[in-house]
Design a protein around this ligand. Structure first.
Ligand code: PHE
Length: 471
């Protein structure tokens, strides 16, 4: 079966067409609502600089080796994230990485597409001029007005749900296009534009009266805020941010060519991704302090601050619209990569056509996500958010899927990836992939990778896991 599947794939499989395409597609997966929405709200809730530091350490010591490990598995096997383990001829046990990955892909998509629906609806609100009035209000009034608009969006159902459906439809169209005409074309065009706009925003936020306080909050570590739980959250964020531990980078790696540099691509993507998050923090936190808001307010932070940031600027409304359009783009290219994990699997294992698997994935996400994130659509407007109690305290489905993926499935998947690549895959195979079959002269770097993946990353993930859960 595995052999058959593999020979089938060799005929039909696409690859990215250049190293630049590989970079932008991978970056398109990494950069998303994680940078724009999750990073600032988690930094705000966990006390600022110290969290940022632990996060960056997790990226370097844990996330990077996992990412490279996934690239190795993907490019070597040229298969989706489940069949890859057949091709590698490892024990069938390792397929749990793939199955957990599919579970994680769905659980992320369920809440992520709902937030992306808010982002799309903010782009629309901005274009329509809903935020234009705040320019004339005092700082407090402006903050209150924007907060009320967010409550309307987050609590109200019809607009965000409609935008979520539009997003899912867009997604289906791109997915059906395939690797080159879909994933590659979209990410290569849109990611550079996204990066450019962030730079424009930064120039403006440098003039904010809250600049000094914002920057201090973001960069000055206060270690009294760090607990085992906070470290697990920072590590979970690193996994989420770099889209690892769930098969995305195995799947994307399987579209790389023999010339693409695995360690080079991973480091470039990781560095760019951290820089984007810090830049977004530099845009958001000065505004938080300038407008007297709470940094720890949680998921509403992005939506409550960005309209204020732009209200002060000339042509603010145009820039605000652009910002949310670009945030929509970043969200879309990230979701694309989650969905691709499942689409590739369905196509290769069950011989679905691309359009069939794309539509199947998108429809399942649409129904489940609206059921869980917007239950009132199905059960009437009086339905509160359904709370479940997986670990004692009641949490919403939204938080449940978020925590299940970031705090459990992805770190577990990542742990298994580094153990597999570090201890069970043949050393010369790893060396072949990392040196592009001898073309690169990078023995030292390879030794560094082996050390991180065999010892540092597994020990760190295990320690953080045990510490956070036993306490
Ligand atoms: N990395 C993406 C972000 O930060 C989220 C993501 C997670 C994408 C997992 C793909 C897979 O927004």
């Amino acid at each position: 079966m595995a052999k058959h599947a593999q020979s089938d794939k060799t005929v039909t499989r696409e690859r990215f067409s250049s190293e630049l395409a590989v970079f932008f597609a991978t970056l398109g997966s990494a950069v998303g609502l994680g940078n724009i929405w999750k990073f600032p709200s988690m930094v705000g809730q966990n006390g600022g600089g110290a969290f940022v530091l632990v996060y960056i350490l997790s990226v370097i010591l844990v996330a990077l080796p996992v990412m490279v490990g996934e690239f190795i598995i993907g490019r070597r096997t040229r298969a989706n994230s489940i069949d890859a383990f057949d091709v590698l001829k490892t024990s069938p046990f390792w397929k749990v990485i793939g199955y957990f990955g599919v579970l994680a892909a769905f659980s992320i998509m369920l809440f992520y597409t709902a937030v992306a629906g808010w982002v799309y609806s903010y782009a629309f609100k901005a274009i329509r001029g809903d935020f234009a009035v705040i320019a004339q209000l005092s700082a407090e009034q402006a903050a209150a007005n924007v907060a009320a608009q967010f409550d309307g969006v987050a609590g109200g159902m019809s607009w965000p749900v409609m935008w979520q459906l539009i997003l899912l439809l867009t997604l289906a169209v791109i997915l059906i296009g395939g690797v080159k005409k879909g994933l590659e074309r979209v990410t290569k065009t849109l990611m550079p534009v996204f990066l450019l706009l962030i730079l424009v925003c930064i120039l403006w936020s440098l003039r904010s009266p809250g600049l000094r306080e914002g920057i201090t909050f973001l960069f000055k570590p206060d270690f009294s805020k760090i607990t085992g739980g906070v470290v697990l959250e920072a590590m979970g964020l690193a996994f989420f941010k770099l889209s690892i531990g769930m098969g995305t980078m195995i799947t994307y790696g399987s579209y790389f060519t023999p010339k693409d540099k695995l360690m080079g691509t991973a480091s470039r993507v990781a560095v760019s991704d951290v820089v984007v998050s810090l830049l977004i923090g530099t845009i958001i936190f000065p505004a938080v302090f300038a407008f007297g808001m709470q940094p720890g307010q949680g998921p509403g932070l992005l939506f409550n601050t960005i309209p204020l940031v732009f209200s002060e600027m000339p042509a603010g409304n145009v820039l605000l619209s652009l910002f949310f359009i670009l945030a929509s783009i970043a969200a879309t290219t990230a979701i694309l990569s989650m969905a691709e994990v499942v689409v590739a699997f369905l196509c290769e294992r069950f011989h679905f056509k691309r359009w069939q698997s794309s539509l199947a994935v998108v429809s399942i996400v649409a129904v489940l996500s609206i059921l869980t994130a917007h239950p009132s659509v199905f059960f009437g407007s009086a339905t509160p958010h359904i709370a479940i109690r997986p670990f004692g305290a009641p949490i919403s489905f939204f938080d449940f899927f978020d925590q299940l993926s970031s705090l459990i499935l992805m770190p577990l998947g990542g742990l298994l990836v580094v153990i597999l690549v570090g201890w069970f895959v043949r050393k010369d195979l790893v060396k072949d992939e990392l040196s592009n079959y001898g073309a690169l002269n990078n023995t030292r770097l390879i030794a560094g990778f082996r050390f991180l993946s065999r010892f540092v990353a597994p020990v760190l993930v295990l320690t953080v896991f045990l510490y956070a859960f036993i306490k």
